[in-house]
Design a protein around this ligand. Sequence first.
Ligand SMILES: [Zn+2]
Length: 246
Amino acid sequence: MILHIPHASQNILVDFKDVFILDPDVLKTELLRMTDAYTDELYDHPSAARIIFPISRLIVDPERFVVDDEEPMSAMGMGVIYTKTSHGDVLKREMTSGERRELLDRFYYPHHKALREAVQSELFSEGSVLIVDCHSFPSRPLPCDMDQMYPRPDFCIGTDPFHTSAELLNKALAAIREQGYSVMVDRPYSGTIVPIEEYRKNKAVSSIMIEVRRDLYMDEATGAKNKNFDKTRNVIAELLKALLSS
Ligand SMILES: [Zn+2]
């Protein structure tokens, strides 16, 4: 199993700080809104390889397509390099193509290479691989969210018609419901990551996205963990265990 954790970091690189034109306090709030805080602590399994993106998605978002025409969120200024905030305000100054390329070369491509290599290594040793795309989401929809449904479920499972089998999906749903939580499939968020080399080609590559609602484990206003943090981490541990059961 490979745990892909793309949005856990709040690290805004010192050498790119000047590209943000937001007031520091507003930037801090935006970081809080957009970071899947603590997902690097919440998602863990003894036998899993973990691919964790080391910087904030406000610098580069590894879950977006590089080419804006292929990326639906680029219409909202939230392609691979965000230009707008979740509320549609200007986030960064105009960046040169050289600056964009440097960010992609330093962070985007190495991250995807690491994911691809982890997938290939597990395919080679096990014959198949399960990727779990690990996220969290705010309890209230952000203006940039395509799905504005409210209230939101405790968990959201994202699927791909080719790479998420009904069996895998049912294991996830059962593990969540049996622990007393609500869950929706592909709402309010949809899809799950698969390396482009394997995408819709190789059935031996399974993938499923798990999103946990943030108020189940943190105070969304302050960013601090809440009293249910350990409980929620245990729920996710049970869920990951269930995905691997036969
Ligand atoms: Zn996320």
